[in-house]
Design a protein around this ligand. Sequence first.
Ligand SMILES: [Zn+2]
Length: 158
Amino acid sequence: MNPFLFDIRNLPTEGKQVSGKLPASFFQLPETDTLKAESPLTYELTFIKDGKDIIVTGSLEATFSMECGRCLQPFKQKVELTDYQAEVPIEKETTMDLTDLIREDILLTLPNFPRCEDGNVDLRDCPAEGNFEPTDEPLVSEEPGADGGVWNALDQLK
Ligand SMILES: [Zn+2]
């Protein structure tokens, strides 16, 4: 049974509470994707009807693995939405399915440009850090006196 699918007409005025776990396949991530769901989805949600909207509150938690855009190594990222809130307009007073909304809201919190050092499961420094980014430190060859010294000395011999 899908916990995020319910009939608005049967919704108690104080709201409907659901909690539990759903398998990682809930996220429907393609096998070929470097982004993978590594844990079940843990959810604890309340659905309340408020006029023309359904108000969703609660918490969501799942762990993903993805590829670092810099060193290309996989790392894990845990998503914890402890204060999740959504407002969904009621289109029909029949059944409502919030599966897509919840899936997308979780996936949207993942970084567009993942960096392994930002992972919150195994703390690490990206081994490729700085490889592709300009640094503020001047290059050695540009330092005065380093390479120029020889030529200065030759000039003085003339
Ligand atoms: Zn990295």
